[in-house]
Design a protein around this ligand. Structure first.
Ligand code: PHE
Length: 356
């Protein structure tokens, strides 16, 4: 027969042991085992002992019940407390492991920049924009018709040898190759004149291609800026004035410009344009790296638009005249920045590109 003192003794014992055991609990699994051992609905020690209270007299049962409920409340509140404590310990540990030192210096994001050829191209076009030219772009895959024919270079013309051409694998009904990668930006002269009536003042920046071996001064693709002005009364003096101004804007206010006869089938007369060497100031110093002792640096081809070219594009050459020019952007960038090998521009070596 169960007696009240027995139950009270057991309650006291449960309370002491449970509290002591809970002290040693360090993780969720142990805590759950502890809960089941003492408060578990079916086999928990406290549950079992409370069930045995049914054997007591009503009087005793009430006073023992009060005590039992006290123990139960105590264990439950300790369980809640421990659950909280474990939770915050876990948080603290996570914070410790993922700790962030906000006093460390940040990582500076690497800033990109424009390619030196893009920068130079923009500087060139800016100079012409300041003189009232518009900027136009054209196709890199071009027709023989515009790249050569409309520029007074028909099939079989020896001037085609000036431009080693990359052809597209495509032939017309007559079995002729008719598409190519443009060898210069000049085809845009014909395209623009065909599409608009004078006055015309445009510059055409863009990439061109030549079927050539690469070396320090040759690339199989490079960049040109073409220029075209057509109007009534345009003379060679306008060509000279425009290119003088360009040379001074891009290479410095003291520059002199030299024009010498040259041949391009789409201009007449044609010239090559040189500036006096900005490195040795035109002195032609024998050891000058830029002009190699000549005192002059050739920077572009130019000339008065050939009357036949005007005519083919639908512009009356008895009413209008024009001038055109074309320059290599890589060459100008090499001169400006003192770069001695064109291949650096497309080698994608960040150590080179970062300098600009
Ligand atoms: N298109 C010529 C070249 O690529 C340059 C040029 C342009 C010459 C316009 C005269 C007039 O060499």
């Amino acid at each position: 027969m169960t007696t009240a003192p027995e139950i009270l003794g057991t309650l006291h014992n449960i309370r002491t042991v449970a509290v002591a055991e809970l002290d040693g609990v360090e993780d969720d699994a142990a805590l759950e085992a502890w809960r089941i051992a003492y408060l578990g609905r079916r086999e928990g020690r406290l549950t079992l002992i409370m069930r045995r209270m049914a054997e007591l007299e009503a009087e005793e049962r009430r006073s023992v019940g009060v005590q039992a409920n006290d123990v139960k409340a105590l264990l439950e509140s300790q369980l809640a407390e421990k659950t909280e404590a474990l939770k915050s310990a876990k948080l603290a540990q996570a914070a410790q492991e993922g700790r962030l030192d906000v006093t460390l210096p940040g990582r500076r994001p690497a800033l990109g920049r424009l390619h030196p050829i893009t920068q130079t191209m923009r500087e060139i076009t800016r100079a012409f924009i300041s003189m009232g030219f518009q900027v136009v772009e054209g196709p890199e895959v071009e027709l023989d018709h515009y790249n050569f024919g409309m520029l007074n270079i028909p099939r079989g013309h020896p001037a085609r040898d000036m431009f080693d051409t990359l052809w597209l694998d495509h032939t017309n009904a007559e079995g002729e190759r008719e598409m190519l990668l443009r060898t210069h930006t000049s085809p845009m002269q014909a395209r623009i004149m065909e599409a608009t009536q004078p006055p015309v003042r445009v510059v055409v920046p863009g990439r061109v291609y030549r079927f050539e071996a690469t070396d320090a001064t040759h690339e199989w693709h490079f960049t040109q800026v073409e220029g075209l002005a057509v109007d009534r009364g345009i003379t060679f003096a306008n060509l000279k004035g425009t290119l003088y101004e360009f040379a001074r804007l891009v290479f410095g206010s003291e520059r002199r410009v030299r024009f010498r006869c040259d041949f391009f089938p789409f201009v007449e007369p044609g010239v090559d344009v040189a500036i006096d060497c900005f490195s040795c100031d035109g002195a032609g110093a024998p050891d000058c790296r830029i002009c190699r002792g000549s005192g002059w640096i050739e920077i572009m081809g130019a000339g008065m638009v050939h009357p036949r070219v005007l005519e083919m594009s639908g512009i009356d050459h008895t009413e209008y005249t024009g001038f055109a020019f074309g320059m290599g952007v890589e060459r100008i960038a090499m001169l400006k920045y003192g770069i001695d090998d064109i291949r650096y521009f497309y080698g994608n070596d960040a150590r080179f590109l970062r300098q600009f």
